[in-house]
Design a protein around this ligand. Structure first.
Ligand code: GLN
Length: 484
C-alpha cells in the first residue's frame, strides 16, 4: 500500500472514498484504530489482520444488519453469523457493512434504501457495480477500502458484481458454508460467497467451511469426507498416470447465445485457448436445459422470498409505522407498504401468485421439475460423481466427462447506471442467464476477471466463470488461481 503519511487516518480516507461509491452502508469503529501503515495484508497461512467488508444481509453483533431495506433500517442482530465468527477467529477484522440490492433482489445494487452503489469508470462515467453484492465487490475492487469481502449468492449475486468490478468472486457449493445468521432471500439457493485475491480463495474457503449444527442445510461431516476424497487430485487416475493435472474443460454450446457481446465472446475464446496451451483438453458439451433454468429460477426464488418475507409485518420483525394494530387496523399493510421497495414488492406478488392454489401446478411445481432436469444435465457431463446422489456414487467416475465448465459470467459488459435506470425488470432478469444454472444445481462457481489488462476502474471488465461438480470447490479455486 502506498502511504501518503503514516499517521494519516485510514478512516478519513475510507469515508471520503465511500462518499463517492456508496459501497458501505455502515463503517465499523474498528477503522478508527487503523492507520494505513497498519493495514497489513494477511500472511500466507492465516487471515490475521485481514480487513474485510461484509454484505449487509449477514448478521454482525456490533453493527446493524439492514438488508438495504427500510423495513430493517433499525435492526440490530443479537449475534454474529457463523461465517463472521469464523472470520474473526481466523484473525479477520470487520470493516463495515456493504450496500446491496434490497434483500438480495437485483443485479445492479441500485434497489437500495440507502441509494445505489456507484462505480466510477476510467472515463469518469458511472457504471453498474453489479448486484446484489455490489457494495462488497466495489469496496474490494477499490483496494483502499478493504482487503476482501463477504457477499451472498442466490442466483449470481457474488459472480456478477465480481465480473463488473474486475475482481474474483466465489460462490461455493450449497451447504459448504453455514447460512446461520444470514438473512434468507431464497433458502434453497442462498450461499455465502466472497471476493478475494486470486491466490487466497482456497485459504478463505478452508477457514470458513465446516459443518454447522445451527444450519439444517449445512453439509454433514459424512458428505464432507466424501468431498475431501474426490478433491484429492493426487489420487486421480489421470494425475497418477502423468504426474500433472490435465483437465477436461467443457464448453456448453447453449451458452453461445446471440445476445453475447463480441468482446465477451472473444474473452471466452481467448481463455479457452490459454487453457489449451497449458495442455488441458477443451471439449464441447451440451446443457439443453440452460434456457429453462432462468425461468425456473425466477419462479422458485420469488416463491421462497414471498414466504420468507412474511415475517416483516411490524410485529415480529420490521420497522413499525405509527398506526393502530387492533382489528381492522392497517399495521401489516402499512408496514409493508412503507418498508419494502418496488422490486421486493414485485417479487412478493410474483411468489404469492405462483404458490397460490390455482397457479402452483403450472408454475412452482413445473419449476421444481426443471430444477431437477438442470441438476441431471450437470451430473451427466461431469467426470466426478455428485456426492449427494447415491446412484451417481455407485456408478463411479465418468471418464468421458469434464472436470470443469468454462463460460462467461454475464452476456454483456457492465452497463452505465443511466442505462440500468431505463431497464425493464425482465431485461435485468435475463442478465442472470449464465449464473442461475449453477445456483439451481447448488454447484461451486467462480467468476474470475478476464485478464485484458483493463483493471479495476474499467468499463470493460469481463468475468469468466468456472463451474465444477457439486463439492469440487477446491478444484474450482485451483483452476481459477492458475488460469492465466
Ligand atoms: N439477480 C438475481 C435476483 O435478483 C440474483 C440475486 C442474488 O443472487 N441474490 O434474484
Amino acid at each position: 500500500f502506498q502511504t501518503t503519511s503514516s499517521t494519516q487516518r485510514y478512516s478519513d480516507e475510507l469515508r471520503a472514498r465511500n462518499k463517492e461509491s456508496n459501497a458501505f452502508i455502515q463503517i465499523s469503529s474498528n477503522v478508527e484504530k487503523l492507520t494505513k501503515d497498519e493495514r497489513i495484508p494477511f500472511g500466507k497461512k492465516d487471515l490475521l489482520h485481514w480487513q474485510f467488508a461484509v454484505k449487509d444481509n449477514i448478521c454482525t453483533v456490533d453493527l446493524p444488519t439492514t438488508c438495504a431495506s427500510a423495513i430493517l433500517q433499525d435492526f440490530q442482530g443479537p449475534f454474529d453469523a457463523t461465517v463472521i465468527e469464523k472470520m474473526k477467529k481466523a484473525g479477520g477484522l470487520v470493516l463495515g457493512k456493504t450496500n446491496m440490492d434490497e434483500f438480495g433482489m437485483g443485479s445492479h445494487s441500485t434497489y437500495s434504501h440507502f441509494g445505489p452503489v456507484e462505480r466510477k469508470g476510467k472515463d469518469e462515467e458511472f457504471y453498474s457495480a453489479g448486484g446484489s453484492s455490489g457494495g462488497s465487490a466495489a469496496a474490494y475492487a477499490d483496494e483502499e477500502l478493504c482487503l476482501g469481502a463477504l457477499g451472498t449468492d442466490t442466483g449470481g449475486s457474488v459472480r456478477l458484481p465480481a465480473a463488473y468490478n474486475g475482481v474474483q468472486g466465489f460462490k461455493p457449493s450449497y451447504g459448504i458454508l453455514s447460512r446461520w445468521g444470514v438473512i434468507p432471500y431464497a433458502n434453497s439457493l442462498d450461499t455465502v460467497g466472497f471476493f478475494s485475491p486470486p491466490d487466497r480463495s482456497s485459504l478463505i474457503l478452508d477457514q470458513l467451511k465446516g459443518h454447522d449444527p445451527k444450519d439444517p442445510t449445512s453439509l454433514s461431516p459424512y458428505t464432507r469426507e466424501r468431498i475431501e476424497i474426490i478433491n484429492d487430485f493426487q489420487q486421480w487416475p489421470s494425475f497418477k498416470a502423468t504426474g500433472v493435472l490435465r483437465l477436461r474443460i467443457g464448453v456448453p454450446t447453449e451458452y453461445n447465445v446471440a445476445e453475447l457481446e463480441p468482446a465477451v465472446r472473444e474473452a471466452w475464446t481467448k481463455t479457452l485457448q490459454s487453457f489449451q496451451r497449458r495442455g488441458h483438453e477443451v471439449v464441447d458439451i451440451s446443457l439443453p436445459t440452460t434456457k429453462l433454468a432462468l425461468s425456473a429460477y425466477y419462479v422458485i426464488a420469488p416463491a421462497e422470498a414471498s414466504s420468507n418475507l412474511a415475517k416483516y409485518d411490524g410485529v415480529r420483525y420490521g420497522t413499525r409505522p405509527d398506526v393502530p394494530d387492533g382489528a381492522g387496523g392497517l399495521l401489516f399493510s402499512q408496514t409493508r407498504d412503507e418498508g419494502f421497495g418496488d422490486e421486493v414488492k414485485r417479487r412478493i406478488l410474483l411468489g404469492s401468485y405462483t404458490l397460490s392454489a390455482d397457479a402452483i401446478d403450472n408454475y412452482f411445481i413445473q419449476a421444481q421439475k426443471v430444477r431437477r432436469l438442470v441438476q441431471q444435465d450437470f451430473n451427466r457431463i461431469f467426470r466426478q460423481p455428485n456426492v449427494l446422489n447415491v446412484d451417481d456414487l455407485a456408478a463411479g467416475w465418468n471418464e468421458e466427462g469434464v472436470d470443469v465448465i468454462v463460460c462467461p459470467t454475464a452476456p454483456t459488459l457492465p452497463p452505465l447506471l443511466e442505462q440500468v435506470e431505463q431497464m425493464e425488470p425482465l431485461q435485468a432478469y435475463t442478465n442472470d442467464i449464465f449464473t442461475v444454472p449453477a445456483s439451481l444445481a447448488g454447484l461451486p462457481a467462480m467468476s474470475m476477471p478476464y485478464k485484458n489488462e483493463v483493471g479495476h476502474g474499467s468499463n470493460e471488465n469481463i468475468g469468466i466463470q468456472i463451474i465444477g461438480q457439486f463439492g469440487m470447490d477446491e478444484l474450482v479455486c485451483h483452476v481459477a488461481d492458475s488460469a492465466y
